[in-house]
Write a protein that binds this ligand. Structure first.
Ligand SMILES: Cc1cc2nc3c(=O)[nH]c(=O)nc-3n(C[C@H](O)[C@H](O)[C@H](O)COP(=O)(O)OP(=O)(O)OC[C@H]3O[C@@H](n4cnc5c(N)ncnc54)[C@H](O)[C@@H]3O)c2cc1C
Ligand code: SF4
Ligand code: SF4
Ligand code: SF4
Length: 1022
């Protein structure tokens, strides 16, 4: 087990690190210069008699634990620092990992992991470092940031000598060892600065904090809270904020709010609410304390809010209870702020924390609330650098004043709107885990997760950039190199790519599909004009049976590869389900026709109206060496219902009839569609468009949350006016009455979905003229069996998983015909696989290359990526989506961004065979195994366990299972111990970087770069 103990960096090494890193890569602790916050005016804001450039900063938490964390926050725009809480028990063993920030965030760490005076040292070091940076980088002489200490949890602990020493030390650090060390180190090394001089260093104040935030334990008795605050105000003479808990809102309110906003799964403990301070008592207490503070001539206010204690019910983190923050906390905190402030008619100082981010920070500030601290948004990709956007937003609002009374009208409006704010509803990010199944490599790991999510691995970032640059024909070229359906997939693809998009951790996925359509619409004509019709190179012939997406994709790649291909279909046109079943209000027939023309251009031939009784042997006899069966899954699954069965129709035949001639349909006034998938949504929406139909119901035996239909299809159905009838199972249709059994949700089944159970004796009747059954389509096994194709257990057709060849030689099968109802892009993937396998058998090339030479301006691209990082941006217009794409395969670095402790570093390595612009180096001494990089790395594994690790001590090296190294002696000799492939060896570099024992070239190049150019990383403790 690796050590989760962090090793603080000595002050002189910390300063050296900042300066050296800045010189080399224009970053400091990973924050790029592009993201340094620079004031646009000279206006500041006041608090407790101090002033700051902006009132935003990190909340007491992982981002104020170490000096380098505070430095990273400062650079990107933080100016109010709530230091991580300390308390009497300072040998905390926090079970790891301790943070899970996939969506709303959970943590189990509740105060610093450092010993109290270790934390103290970090805060003093950061205090000096920030002064130096302020002068050196921004040429500001007067301090324009402030530190606020945080202590917990009971009076006895706070009065203990240990905590008292901490408090007194931050009030005046001049007598402390660390203060003297920092001062001496700066004076001694003053020559290393350009703008900082002795006079500046000597005027750095030892009075670090004049204010404190009290963090009380959940369940702390009210009298105790009051006594502590009085003590802090009167004896310690500190301006004081007291943290209020969201439990003040009461169990019912919180439960209800979560349920309405889609967070039903969050498990609350009712006792947490009843044992905590109650609202009425809290108000009385605050009233008394306000008077008391005034008498003491100190400022007093509330910090709103603490995190919310919830049960650990799904093994999210180790232990039984965890604390929730982030976007689900916002509606609670802002409503609590309003409720409490109302009791004081707005005359209440509030320090805010609870789901603030770039999307709401200005509105929170405009109510008069400040400072505003954040934590969860800093755990997501972009991380510390997100401060820049927040500070930039607030900058024009600064007016050199301290906030007065709160604007209660604005606060009320904000509190009310928060409950329906889309950014805080669960449905905005209902897919939680966006990690892929791939294993993280030690080197060259950058990937675009969207490409991994796409079944046909479309080069998404490339075509998004091309569309953004207006290079539509090239974008089209990139798309059709792997996908013969730019229009169809640009319109109705189920876009699995978007479920993996990094942007989901910012705001919402890049609208990838829409961009594909833009490329198709604007690039098609030019591409078609240039692309010559192809002629087959090989004499071998392929018969593709079925002109749906799967057959068409196979034909496209086979023809491109030089084979003679004929596509046979029992119908009169190509397109399969897309052409015949999917309604035209979802995709126009002209769009489908364009894709089919593209496929024809490859030289593919078609024969329609063939006998559906397919005999593979006959095709072979006609000279087709290969057959690809792509006949879909067209058999409908009959609904088992009593009564007037003639009024029950399959959804697919209905949709086919609708597409053929909707005016000929007679459904009556009321239609019920049974099912919850995409076919059900299409059938319901189509039924609404049939003459005479007034009401269309979707009848489903579970609730809407469990419907398998795509979320957006469900929304469209709702917008069209389809009425959802949840928890109903139809029993019979008799004389226009559909009798349904009422259902309830029971325990989860094997799939994790709650099982629907009949409620005994409870029924509902609906007036229904026609029932459309959309409960799934089936594979036609008879045809397969008659052709000798083997089918295994549970109807699984036996194929070679890689080639899709069946038990009959040279006969392949794919798409819906192989797996049952699926997707266009899935069907296309199978067609592509089969084509590849057939071409291989023929010794022909499988071609997926671009026809034009596509290149980008590297420098421009890198700068734009750097600028796009850490910026939240709503989807405004499809044309702008390239501005939102982070081009993850070009630059990832997410693990470096999201590490609160800066333990993952980006090192540019020039090694033979290395392709990424930088490699990730993990620094063991800075990592506390919080787990956050593991949450956001797109691979299935965790960077802090997998990446090449630099150790600072032999003991840490021996205690860890990671591959990695540490330098022997002080590092100067180029000699190091290396663990690679479970083998430990002693290695030494010669002057040119050759090693005395053979090791992997790329790893050697990496360590050589660290040794040669990054001395400050390993000469830390000596
Ligand atoms: C209502 C509905 C909505 C859908 N919406 C979407 C969506 O929005 N996005 C998405 O990605 N997917 C959607 N799908 C799924 C998607 O349409 C299918 O997964 C895809 O069309 C499957 O392609 P395929 O080529 O395997 O089969 P099909 O498209 O079914 O094509 C099979 C072809 O084989 C022909 N054929 C069948 N039997 C024979 C035979 N015996 N002899 C000769 N020819 C034969 C048929 O005429 C047909 O042309 C939807 C499906 C339905 C039913
Ligand atoms: S941000 Fe761009 S490259 Fe990254 S996953 Fe999303 S679409 Fe793909
Ligand atoms: S490297 Fe990963 S696990 Fe370690 S502190 Fe950083 S984010 Fe946490
Ligand atoms: S998060 Fe880090 S380790 Fe994971 S892919 Fe990105 S750069 Fe590589």
């Amino acid at each position: 087990m690796m050590s989760d103990k962090m090793i603080p960096i000595p002050f002189n090494k910390l300063v050296n690190w900042m300066l050296e890193e800045y010189k080399r890569t224009q970053t400091i602790f990973g924050v790029s210069e592009v993201k340094f916050f620079r004031k646009s005016n000279d206006q500041q804001i006041g608090l407790f008699g101090e002033t700051m450039d902006t009132p935003v900063g990190p909340a007491a938490g992982p981002h104020t634990q170490l000096a380098q964390n505070i430095i990273a926050s400062y650079l990107s725009g933080s100016r109010f620092f709530e230091l991580k809480s300390v308390q009497i028990m300072d040998e905390l063993e926090i079970p790891k990992p301790c943070i899970l920030a996939e969506d709303e965030c959970y943590n189990t760490e509740w105060s610093t992991e450092l010993p109290i005076m270790g934390a103290f040292d970090e805060y003093v070091k950061a205090w000096f470092a920030l002064h130096v940076l302020q002068k050196e980088l921004f040429n500001q002489s007067d301090r324009r940031f402030m530190f606020n200490m945080s202590v917990g949890y009971d009076l006895k602990g706070i009065q203990s000598p240990k905590v008292d020493q901490f408090i007194e030390g931050l009030k005046d650090a001049s007598g402390t060892e660390i203060y003297k060390e920092c001062l001496a180190s700066l004076l001694e090394n003053v020559d290393q600065f350009k703008k900082v001089d002795r006079a500046f260093i000597e005027q750095i104040s030892p009075n670090i904090c004049t204010s404190i935030t009290l963090s009380t334990m959940h369940g702390c008795p009210p009298a105790e809270i009051e006594a502590i605050i009085k003590y802090l105000l009167s004896e310690k003479k500190l301006h004081t904020f007291v943290k209020m808990n969201p439990t003040l809102l009461g169990y019912g309110y919180v439960r209800n709010t979560f349920d309405k906003m889609g967070y039903k799964y969050i498990q609350l403990k009712e006792e947490s609410f009843t044992h905590d301070l109650q609202f009425k008592d809290g108000v009385e207490m605050l009233k008394r304390l306000k008077v008391f503070a005034k008498e003491q001539q100190k400022d007093f206010g509330v910090k709103m809010s603490n995190t919310l204690p919830v049960k650990i019910g799904r093994s999210e983190l180790p232990g039984e209870e965890m604390y929730m923050s982030g976007r689900a906390l916002y509606p609670l905190t802002i409503n609590l702020a309003y409720k409490l402030a109302s009791e004081f008619e707005g005359d209440l100082k509030i320090s805010y924390s609870g789901g603030a981010d770039a999307f709401n920070i200005d509105r929170i500030f405009e109510t008069g609330i400040q400072p505003i601290t954040v934590a969860t948004t800093l755990l997501k990709p972009g991380a510390y650098m997100r401060f820049k956007q927040m500070a930039d937003i607030l900058d024009p609002l600064m007016n050199n004043k301290e906030s007065g009374k709160l604007d209660m009208e604005k606060l009320k409006a904000l509190a009310e709107s928060s409950l329906s704010d889309a950014n805080h509803l669960k449905e905005k990010r209902d897919l939680v885990n966006r990690k892929t199944e791939l294993k993280l490599p030690v080197l060259d790991c950058f990937i675009a997760p969207c490409m991994v999510g796409c079944p046909i691995e479309q080069d998404v970032p490339e075509y998004l950039r091309l569309v953004g640059e207006g290079r539509y024909e090239e974008a089209f070229d990139v798309i059709v190199s792997k996908n013969p359906f730019p229009f169809i997939t640009g319109t109705i693809c189920t876009h699995n790519c978007m479920t993996k998009c990094t942007r989901l951790d910012y705001d919402e996925s890049v609208h990838i599909r829409g961009q594909k359509l833009v490329a198709a619409e604007k690039g098609y004509d030019a591409y078609m004009q240039k692309f010559p019709a192809l002629k087959p190179e090989s004499s071998a012939k392929v018969a593709v049976i079925g002109a749906g997406p799967s057959g068409l994709a196979a034909a496209y790649f086979l023809a491109k590869g030089g084979m003679e291909v004929t596509v046979f279909d029992k119908r009169e046109k190509a397109g399969g389900t897309v052409e015949y079943v999917i309604p035209d209000f979802r995709i126009s027939r002209e769009a489908i026709a364009k894709d089919i023309k593209l496929i024809e251009r490859m030289g593919v031939k078609f024969e329609f109206g063939i006998d559906s009784n397919v005999s593979v042997a006959e095709y072979k006899a006609k000279g087709f060496q290969y057959v690809y069966l792509a006949i879909g899954a067209g058999k409908t699954n009959d609904l088992d219902i009593n009564g007037d069965k003639e009024r029950v129709m399959g959804a697919i035949p209905f949709l086919e009839a609708f597409n053929a001639n909707k005016d000929a349909l007679k459904l009556g006034k009321n239609v019920a569609v049974v099912g919850g998938g995409n076919s059900a949504m299409d059938a319901a929406r189509a039924a609404l468009r049939v003459k005479g139909v007034e009401n269309v119901y979707i009848v489903y035996r579970r609730t809407k949350d469990y419907m398998p239909a795509d979320h957006e299809e469900l929304i469209y159905a709702e917008e069209d006016g389809v009425i959802f009838k949840e928890l109903l199972a139809p029993l019979s249709l008799t004389k226009g009455v559909l009798k349904c059994q009422q259902m309830a949700l029971g325990q989860p089944d094997a799939s994790g979905r709650r099982r629907p159970m009949a409620v005994e004796g409870a029924f509902e009747e609906l007036l229904i003229d026609t029932v459309l059954s959309a409960i799934g389509e089936l594979i036609d096994y008879d045809l397969l069996k008659s052709n000798g194709i083997e089918v295994g257990e549970k109807g699984k057709i036996l194929v070679n998983e890689e080639t899709l060849e069946t038990s009959v030689e040279n006969v392949f099968i794919g798409g819906d015909a192989l797996v049952g109802p699926w997707t266009v892009v899935g069907a296309a993937k199978h067609g592509t696989m089969a084509a590849k396998a057939i071409l291989k058998k023929e010794g022909l090339e499988f071609k997926q290359e671009f026809t034009s030479k596509i290149s980008f301006n590297n420098e421009k691209q890198l700068l734009e990526i750097a600028e796009k990082k850490a910026v939240m941006k709503p989807v405004a217009d499809h044309k702008l989506e390239s501005d939102r794409c982070l081009e993850c395969n070009k630059v990832c670095n997410i693990c470096a961004e999201v590490c609160p402790n800066r333990a993952n570093l980006m090192i540019p390595v020039n090694g033979k065979g290395l392709t990424n612009m930088s490699q990730i180096l993990h620094v063991d001494g800075m990592c506390n195994v919080c787990g956050n990089c593991g949450t956001f790395c797109p691979y299935s594994s965790e960077p802090y366990k997998v990446k090449l690790t630099l150790f600072w001590t032999e003991k840490d090296f021996m205690d860890s299972p990671n591959i990695g190294f540490y330098f022997l002696g002080d590092g100067s000799e180029g000699e190091f111990m290396l663990r690679l492939d479970d083998k430990i060896s002693k290695v030494k570099f010669d002057e040119s970087g050759n090693t005395d024992v053979p090791i992997d070239d790329k790893v050697a190049a990496f360590i050589w770069t660290v040794y040669k150019d990054y001395e400050y990383l390993y000469k830390v403790l000596n």
